[in-house]
Ligand binder design. Sequence first.
Ligand code: ADP
Ligand code: ASP
Ligand code: MG
Length: 440
Amino acid sequence: MKVLKFGGTSVGSAERIREVASLITDGEPKIVVLSAMAGTTNTLVEIADSLYHNEKQRALDIIQNLEITYYITVTELFETEAYIQKGKEFIQTIFTYLRSFINKDFYPLQEKAVVAQGEIMSTTLMHYFLEECGIANTLLSALEYMRIDKDCEPDYFYIEQNLRRELAKPEVCPLVITQGFICRNAYGEIDNLKRGGSDYSAALIGAALRVEEIQIWTDIDGVHNNDPRVVAGTKAIRRLSFDEAAELAYFGAKILHPSSVQPAKKENIPVRLKNTLCPEDEGTLITRESPAKNIKAVAAKSGITAIKIKSTNMLLAYGFLRKVFEVFEAWKTSIDMIATSEVAVSLTIDSMEYLDDILRDLEKYGTVEVDRGMAIVCIVGDFSANKEGLGAQILDALAEVPIRMISYGGSEHNISVLVREEDKKKAMTDLSRNLLDLQH
Ligand code: ADP
Ligand code: ASP
Ligand code: MG
């Protein structure tokens, strides 16, 4: 059994839905995880935002425009009048539901129920389309088995129990269609796995069922050695280890949700990235070991804040770092990079939510300086061999970029540098030109 996940672009139009249908109907049993059609989740977020700010007319306008695009998709997708009708009736129930919020108070949590409609629509349309083509398939609601706990972490036990129970029902076909991204929380409410979360859904399903392979089908031929949206001439990487892929995902490679590698790594399930637009392309295979031990790729994460705490004692007494870390723990904010000297410690965070509280608490231990608008540029590979000159090569490649912090040696898979946001593009481009391009 395999799990195949198709992203927003892959199901972004009637034509693309038909293409995906042809890729999943080879007769092999599989679970197909779908994202919302491209652009839908953003639009649903806008609708929720308008409802939250009580901008009723704006919400109604956006709802109407989205509804029209779905009616068009329905008429383009189905052949028969019966299915066009069935599709339209289904779309109507979704949009009636969205409009039902207009004259009610809107609570932040309801945003989750609104954005969930994107995946509910794409999967239902796919289910009906396969049905119309005479292909037996089961539409399984992710809300029946996908769940996060009180800390917003996947509830592995619940997911496995409920997924296996649902799949064991006698009426379930070997071809199962289900939603990515959406889940329930510890209180049973509709929630989600955060933006880009369909990759995570696929990995969680794959891990729960110990499948032979998890496939992530998207709009590019695999993980590239740098961000193709920022740097020209990037190339696909054919093999990566789980650790390398996890570092890339965490440090900004949008192609994979930041947490999506963990469940696959835990159960040692290969993850294959494939291009829906070019299915014969080999893509990228992620496994426990990756054959090449060298620098593989560069990724970057924006929106970083650097905080420097200078100890008032002028010496970092033992216990000082513990006190500093406790502040971040208390405010549930994770630290990405850290560098220490005898008198100061610098670290970075990617969430500004509790920044003021954190700064207030840190001031008890020393003077605090803050740099906003920073970016982490991360060089990923297997650095367990050929370490000679590695640091020098990286710093040479970045000779023209002002660097605020460096993290080297934290793991054998990641070397990170902190730069100002406006220097990020140059840092990424120079690393490609001076480091990656020379390797091939
Ligand atoms: P999907 O909707 O299929 O989940 P995403 O848009 O989330 O697709 O991810 C695919 C996109 O990720 C690519 O189109 C590309 O622009 C972007 N991307 C960023 N970094 C990388 C990278 N290192 N390799 C490949 N794609 C990347
Ligand atoms: N539809 C969701 C999003 O746009 C989840 C996903 O595409 O992975 O974030
Ligand atoms: Mg994605």
